[in-house]
Design a protein around this ligand. Structure first.
Ligand code: ADP
Ligand code: MG
Length: 729
């Protein structure tokens, strides 16, 4: 090992678990300690103000500006008791993280001194300098200002000395520049459409919530090893590295005992998450070595998205205090599983009914089937869009890689539910109409409940699987903002439910009974959306061919997949539901393409540098040693004998010469290809060029580097190897 590598490996090997400060109280007592939740609102706000705020939170009532000052004053009082000195509007720009600019509470008091000040105006709205966030040209073509505005449906919280206010971020002209604004619109659209459909079954329903329970996968790497890998540091993934002789073949990591140093990290993370009101519940090892998962109890979707953003930054922070770095990249290591973020999603009413869960009566099950079938229709009609919603330069490495869902969206329903739908599709009309009647059914519907709730025949290869009382969207990337997928899914369902309602109402107006009308439309949909249902092996080549025949979106090029956002049916769907305009969609795609190009560009540069500065020189140095040896052999042995004994070394000398020559040539070629691509006008065309020409070069160069790693003397190799990165903790 090179000296540096030896030092970091040794240090990592001996690293001890850090002591964790465990609060004396029980989790139920410190849960939400740093959140301005209802309990604190009640304590710190006048009753009248509290009532208005709760109304804004629960019913989306517009927040009266006149109470903003009083809310701000209460928040400030609470925050200052916690030692807070600053506040920030916390928002989610179109990058993978969150943004915040901290301002101190202090203001001049007009008498030469300072006082702590936090007004309603500062709480409700700000104008951060938005030109430094991706906006896809919106801010150039329109008014140059952008502003952030408080989202009262997500509570304010404290991190360190700062009061964080969740906000949306929009252009002065109203276009969204973030994830939260369109998410709130999509949630409101699905609420409205689903509530109306629910009223066929229960007129008392006033509101429908979308729920989200995310499962966050991640890797941990020792900090010293991480620092010695410039590729990990700069791109979030290893651009080179030969597979370790052992990785996940023995399947000995999944659900295995959690290593002590990692357990300390998890414990610390969980305590801090609970204090921030994030209801974390589950932790375990994942499939790959050094890979783990964290999951909370599901929550209302907007809050769950915020909590996921918060937990990702918390993870990064806490990991560092434990001498780790957390990797949220979807594919940090070649040859071992990547990381995703399963999005468990469902709808529920204000009357406490989970709409994706089967019920006990025929009517409850008709409602259940209504929501299942409409979801399938929405996913079918917008399968390409849903794929676009989870696609990124980084997630592209994982999808279709025989570990994650394939790059084709389909839905797994399981035996029971499939049979129910098949039955409904073909059963005779008289049977169906009897559904609403008192004399029970001739259908299977009432028998659904217990069987389905315990839906254990999971299909891990399905990107959109029904799991008992929810759907699980598994194609989401580990580093992504869940909002992207949730915007597309909820908006698509909102559109679908509105159309469903129109059809059912039409039939009823023509004299059909309600149940008969519902069933008639459901039956039609069951037939229409059949192509989206797939319970087989999503990894197989047969499925790819079959999906193509079924007309599902099978595109694999990331920049081309983004086109789905601009298809007429997508634009129509987003505009009809009021979630996004065509201008916003176009701007967002510009950002997506630009981000894609930049990511590949950075990887290409880093790989080029490492190849020329770390790999080739080390390989050549080792080669020289061998050449030296070959010459010296000639002094010791007869010519014939020396030739025989040096045959191995000569072969290695030749291999190194060939591989380093390939690497040098291709690094040069890659630089030239970048120059050509950079001159291309238009973000889409540029991204396509990066995808088609430059991305494959990364793989070709890597191949030869990884081969060199296997033959070059280990004592000379400078970069920590996979066996060190993945197995030392
Ligand atoms: P698994 O790993 O078996 O898929 P987990 O228990 O790790 O399951 O995670 C399941 C996630 O789904 C949790 O976040 C849980 O809160 C969430 N969840 C459970 N029921 C629902 C539901 N009806 N709607 C949304 N999320 C749900
Ligand atoms: Mg899961």
């Amino acid at each position: 090992m090179s000296d540096l590598r030896f030092r970091v490996v040794e240090q990592a090997f001996h690293a001890k678990a850090k002591e964790v400060d465990v609060p004396k109280e029980r989790p139920s007592e410190y849960f939400g300690k740093y959140v301005f939740n209802r309990e604190k609102m009640f304590k710190y706000l006048p009753k009248k103000v509290y009532d208005k705020l709760v109304d804004a939170m629960d019913n989306g009532a517009a927040l009266d500006r006149s109470i903003a000052d009083e809310v701000a004053a209460g928040m400030k009082r609470w925050a200052m008791e916690l030692g807070v000195t600053h506040y920030t509007h916390w928002f989610q720009p179109l990058t993978e993280g969150t943004a915040e600019k901290h301002d101190a509470f202090v203001e001049h008091d007009g008498k030469g001194g300072m006082l702590e000040e936090f007004s309603g105006k500062l709480l409700v709205q700000q104008e951060p300098d938005a030109s430094s966030f991706p906006n896809g040209g919106i801010r150039n073509t329109f008014e140059a200002r952008g502003y952030s505005a408080w989202d009262p449906s997500s509570p304010v919280f404290v991190v360190d000395d700062t009061l964080c206010i969740p906000t949306i971020f929009i252009a002065y002209t109203g276009e969204s520049l973030d994830y939260k604004a369109p998410l709130l619109k999509a949630l409101s659209a699905v609420d409205k459409a689903a509530t109306e459909v629910c009223r066929y079954f229960d007129p008392a329903v006033k509101r429908v919530y979308a729920y989200l329970g995310w499962e966050q996968e991640y890797f941990l790497v020792d900090e010293g090893l991480y620092a010695a890998r410039p590729d990990l540091l700069l791109t979030g993934r290893t651009l080179m590295g030969h597979e370790a002789s052992k990785n996940q073949q023995l399947e000995d990591h999944y659900f295995g005992a959690i290593p002590t140093r990692v357990a300390a990290f998890m414990k610390d993370l969980e305590i801090q998450a609970l204090e921030l009101g994030i209801p974390v519940k589950t932790r375990h090892n994942e499939v790959a070595p050094n890979q783990f998962e964290l999951a909370p109890i599901f929550e209302e979707c907007n809050l769950a998205v915020d909590h996921n953003m918060l937990i990702m930054s918390l993870m990064r922070k806490v990991a560092r205090t434990h001498g780790f770095r957390v990797l949220l990249h979807e594919k940090p290591f070649k040859g071992v599983n990547g990381s995703g973020k399963h999005n468990n999603w469902s709808l529920g009413t204000d009357t406490g009914v989970l709409l994706m869960a089967p019920g006990k009566t025929a009517e409850e099950n008709l409602r259940f089937i209504t929501f299942i079938v409409n979801t399938l229709m929405a996913v079918y009609r917008h399968n390409g869009l849903l794929k676009a919603s989870i696609m990124s330069a980084t997630n592209a490495h994982r999808l279709g890689a025989n570990e994650a869902p394939p790059a084709i969206i389909s839905s797994f329903l399981g035996d029971q539910l499939s049979r129910v739908l098949d039955h409904l599709e073909v059963s005779p009309e008289e049977d169906l109409v009897s559904l609403g009647g008192k004399h029970g059914l001739k259908l299977d519907i009432p028998q659904i409940p217990e069987l389905l709730i315990d839906n254990t025949d999971r299909n891990r290869t399905s990107p959109f699987a029904f799991t008992g009382n929810r759907f699980e969207f598994r194609a989401v990337g580990s580093e992504a903002n869940c909002a992207s997928a949730m915007i597309a899914l909820n908006a698509a369902l909102a559109e679908q439910l509105a159309e469903f309602k129109a059809e059912v109402d039409g039939l009823m107006a023509a004299g059909e009974a309600k149940e008969a009308a519902l069933i008639q439309v459901i039956r039609k949909y069951i037939k229409l959306c059949k192509p989206i249902r797939f319970d087989g092996n999503g990894y197989s080549d047969e499925w790819k061919a079959e999906a193509e025949r079924r007309g599902l979106d099978c595109e694999t090029s990331c920049p081309v997949i983004f086109d789905n956002y601009l298809k007429p049916e997508s634009v129509a769907m987003f505009e009809k539901t009021g979630v996004m305009t065509k201008v916003e969609l176009e701007a967002r795609n510009e950002v997506k393409w630009e981000t894609y190009t930049k990511k590949i560009q950075i990887e290409a540069r880093v790989l080029g540098d490492l190849a020329m500065n770390h790999i080739v020189p080390v390989a050549v140095e080792y080669q020289s040693k061998l050449i030296d040896n070959v010459y010296k052999m000639k002094g010791l042995f007869s010519e014939e004998e020396a030739a025989r004994l040096s045959a191995e070394n000569l072969a290695i000398i030749r291999e190194i010469a060939e591989r380093t020559a390939f690497i040098k040539e291709h690094v040069d070629a890659m630089v030239n290809a970048r120059k050509v691509a950079n001159k291309i006008e238009g973000e889409r065309a540029k991204a396509v060029a990066y995808h088609d020409t430059i991305a494959p070069m990364l793989e070709e160069i890597r191949y030869h580097i990884d081969k060199l790693e296997l033959i070059v003397d280990d004592t000379m190799w400078t970069l920590p190897k996979y066996r060190e990165l993945l197995f030392i903790r």
